[in-house]
Design a protein around this ligand. Structure first.
Ligand code: FAD
Length: 491
């Protein structure tokens, strides 16, 4: 214990000296013998950081650097983490070197692509961040209708590149979400009823495994890994590039129908009926929003078929006389730019449950919850239907394959008092809806536990544990919705 404390102190001093621009102490490498098997988060020696910087094509950013604060900022401002080293990688080899560095230094490791994890998993305290944000090139093969994107690309990078050719694949509802975190966790978007989840359109991926190998994951190469990364998140390796199937997508009919306050149970029943008659081209989600006049329902739609026909399908929703109707024909990129719940980085807590149906009892529970909601909270109802629900549950790790509804409850804050209200409401709402629940969507969880992870993967959990044991037996990649290699695989 005394040795660990002494070593930690020595490293802290050397680190501080380096940041102040003074000569670093001459600390013998033999000193490191004391920490051979520990992963205690002690800061790395400045000279080892300099060595890492000399070995990569990307950039190493440490505390005190002018761009350190910008580099460590992530979308969910509830988290303010200070890593020891951010490696802004420029190539898969940089990723391999960074992995090696984190392991050799026994430091926690985070992987950051778009930085939109609800739990701030893309950043860590005192450890190493593999930052992929500089690797964002997207190439489109028009003849094969395939896009190859580096893993730091954002939704808007992928959409912009593919829409240039009148093509698209299922991508997220927020332009600044990273395609990597989004796809690896499943990937629900406005085209999922027609073309499936993002992970269903993944043709292959380049992965750096924790032992530093650069491998392909595809139906032919490492098919177990390919199965696992389609929903299993960042548990199995660091993905450096993703290849997607594209589809023709041009103008869409998109916008929102916002209803006057009140009538929420009737409107939700009408929403359910509307969905039952809607084709796969129709994507729609409902938001239960606060307003000064009371809680109101807003339905966002995006119809990717012939836009002129889309209006016919919207008749049942318009019959309920929305107060505001912004639905119109627009380019798909414009519909995507409209975004979802949060337009800008903010401290928030969002979590979710999956319901097989919106029964009268479930609607009553949701209505009660929204009527009690603090002003900065809302509920979002994302139907899962069409192509995304026609894939067998065991075909990919992403397990939400039954038709149903993902219910997200979320709130934002800018003071501790509001935070306490938000957290209380989100948790109470989840507890009240729990009896109706049959799973969760891992990508939209603002909290984590073994139970939640098991619930997210359902019948796929046991296979995921086996694949985790094979590719990351020491759980190096654990800042995620973690599949523990040593957990009992029975569900
Ligand atoms: C405003 C907002 C809107 C959203 N909208 C949607 C939506 O419409 N549909 C939807 O399905 N989800 C949505 N999400 C959830 C989103 O898909 C997840 O938060 C996702 O993990 C974000 O990915 P990222 O790359 O931006 O995040 P990061 O924070 O960079 O990464 C999240 C985690 O993913 C893993 N990861 C990321 N990149 C890699 C990689 N290259 N290799 C290995 N592991 C990696 C790591 O575990 C990492 O910690 C939204 C989130 C926000 C904040």
């Amino acid at each position: 214990m005394a040795l660990i404390t002494r070593r930690h102190f020595a490293r802290q001093m050397a680190f501080a000296a380096a940041l102040c621009g003074r000569p670093v102490w001459a600390i013998g490498e033999s000193y490191r013998l004391f920490d051979a098997d520990k992963q205690d988060g002690a800061p790395p020696y400045p000279q080892t950081i300099r060595k890492l910087a000399s070995q990569i094509v990307g950039q190493v950013i440490t505390p005190g650097a002018a761009d350190y604060d910008a580099a460590r900022s992530i979308f969910n401002r509830a988290f303010d983490r200070r890593p020891a080293v951010i490696v802004r990688c420029g190539s898969p080899s940089d990723v391999a070197r960074s992995l090696d560095f984190a392991k050799a230094q026994h430091l926690p490791l985070a992987v950051r692509a778009g930085g939109h994890s609800r739990l701030g998993f893309g950043m860590c305290d005192g450890g190493v961040v593999i930052d992929l944000s500089a690797m964002k090139r997207v190439e489109v093969d028009i003849s094969k209708r395939v896009a190859r994107a580096e893993a730091g690309a954002l939704v808007r990078d992928l959409d912009t590149a593919t829409q240039h050719f009148g093509l698209a694949t299922t991508s997220g509802g927020c332009p600044t979400v990273g395609i990597a975190g989004f796809t690896l966790g499943g990937g629900e978007g406005r085209l999922m009823e027609k073309y499936g989840a993002a992970c269903d359109n993944l043709l292959s991926a380049q992965v750096v495994t924790v032992d530093g190998r650069q491998v392909e994951a595809s139906p032919k190469s490492n098919p177990d890994l390919f199965w696992a990364i389609r929903g299993g998140g960042g548990n199995f390796g660091v993905v450096t590039a993703l290849e997607y199937q594209l589809h023709p997508v041009d103008q869409v009919l998109s916008g929102a129908l916002t209803y006057p306050p009140g009538r929420i149970p009737d409107l939700l029943q009408a929403f359910v009926k509307f969905l039952a008659g809607a084709p796969d081209e129709m994507d729609a989600f409902a938001q239960l929003l606060p307003s000064e006049q009371g809680r109101r329902l807003k339905v966002d739609v995006c119809y990717c078929g012939d836009p002129r026909m889309g209006n016919d399908f919207l008749r049942p929703l318009r019959a309920f006389k929305p107060q505001d109707d912004s639905v119109k024909i627009m380019p798909y990129l414009e519909a995507q730019a409209a975004g979802g719940f949060l337009a800008a980085p903010v401290a928030h807590f969002q979590t979710n449950l999956f319901l097989r149906e919106l029964s009268g009892a479930a609607i009553a529970a949701i209505t009660t919850a929204i009527n009690d909601a603090p002003a900065t909270c809302k509920a979002i109802i994302v139907p899962l239907r069409g192509a995304v629900s026609r894939v067998s549950v065991t075909d990919t790790a992403f397990a939400l394959r039954e038709p149903g509804y993902e219910i997200d409850m979320a709130g934002v804050w800018n003071t501790p008092a509001v935070k306490a209200e938000v957290v209380r409401w989100v948790q109470a709402t989840r507890d009240n809806l729990q009896p109706f629940s049959h799973g969760v969507y891992v990508n939209q969880l603002g909290d984590t536990s073994d139970q939640l992870v098991r619930s997210g993967y359902g019948p796929n959990y046991a296979r995921l544990v086996e694949i985790k044991k094979k590719y990351d037996p020491n759980n190096v990649l654990r800042l995620n919705q973690n599949i523990k290699p040593d957990s009992a695989s029975n569900t």
